[in-house]
Design a binder for this molecule. Sequence first.
Ligand code: GLN
Length: 427
Amino acid sequence: MATAGAGPETLAAALAFGNHRLRETSDNTALDAEVLLMYLLGCDRAHLRAWPEKQLKPAETREYEALIERRREGWPIAYLTGEREFWSRCFRVAPGVLIPRPETELLIELALAATPADQPANLLDLGTGSGIIAITLAVERPRTRVTAVDISVEALAIARTNAEQHGARNLRLLQGDWLRPLPPNERYDLIVSNPPYIAEGDPHLQQGDLRHEPGLALASGMDGLTALRRIIAEARDFLNPGGALLLEHGYDQADAIGGLLRASGYGEITHHRDLQGHRRATMARYGSPSHPTPITAMTDTLQLPRALVNHLLHLAQIAPDGRLAGLIGAKDGYAQSFHATDVNANASAREAAMKALQTQGETLLAILSSHPDSPAEPSDQEIIDNDNPDIPRFIISLNTKGVLELRGFQRIQPLGWQEIELVLLED
Ligand code: GLN
């Protein structure tokens, strides 16, 4: 008989206890209680069902109560049990890596479809985390050679354990920042990534399992696109001609990703839906015969002093109707100052700003204008300076999430605009 305060003593009592204790935390109290009990006892569900009266040892009762308490505090089940299933295999997980999501199996389906089983190929997984993508591909396609990169040493240790567990010998793990650790002459047939893509400040980050997962694996910049922009801009230099880039992204980011891919010269862009019907993955090819590689040389990053960026964000905030336009002047190639024109592209205002810029011994670096909702690229109507059509464009937006952002674009002929990464220069 259970005495008051001694905790549940049978399997059935333990499940009832967990179910009740978790009622305010979880949507799936019965399942959570079962999973934690199976994990603790190392048994399966049939065992729980078959022996409801089976006694728990006092130590088991205590441990079970402790697990239920941590779950009640919001700890994800996968971190409590240390594992999660992905593509029918069991992977180790810990708080240093993202918990595998069922959506990510879409990337596996697409990657396998693009990779013939009977031919060698060179594959790359960026931001591998627990290693689920790289390891699944390495095991399902043993003739390929797979490289997996992550910046987190902790994540790589977990990925290594998983690789050993699943016997993925055709896998190499590299530590570093996206494509930086790769030997510059290496080329891949497929580059795949499930990068962080949530906007910093998105309220979902404060909810459910996400509260306990590594921020680095979840959030990326003010609009969630910082990592995706970098991957899109840098991956093409590592693709074999006609090679594919395959990305997971937010349910509402497909159009933005399509725009970024087009602007970077990728072709054959296709979006793919997850089981919820959201466009969750995008695939594109670079330098394929139907879409020749652009030959224009491009600079992909532009450095801006933090003080200037702060000044611009401030001006955009106080500008009448939130609208702002002007010229960015540079000295010795470095962005230096902002000269306001007017938002209606009035010619004399522009001439005055240009004059002011030249008087300070500066050259024109970029043309800035505001836009209410962060377009994928500048549109032709917005080119306020027909005298300087090829000067980079900055767009400052109060995007839909209410966050101010500044983005840069550079014209590439004949494809339109390519996004350039704006890098803050600390003073
Ligand atoms: N590639 C890993 C996964 O898909 C990690 C992803 C991440 O940390 N953003 O789960």
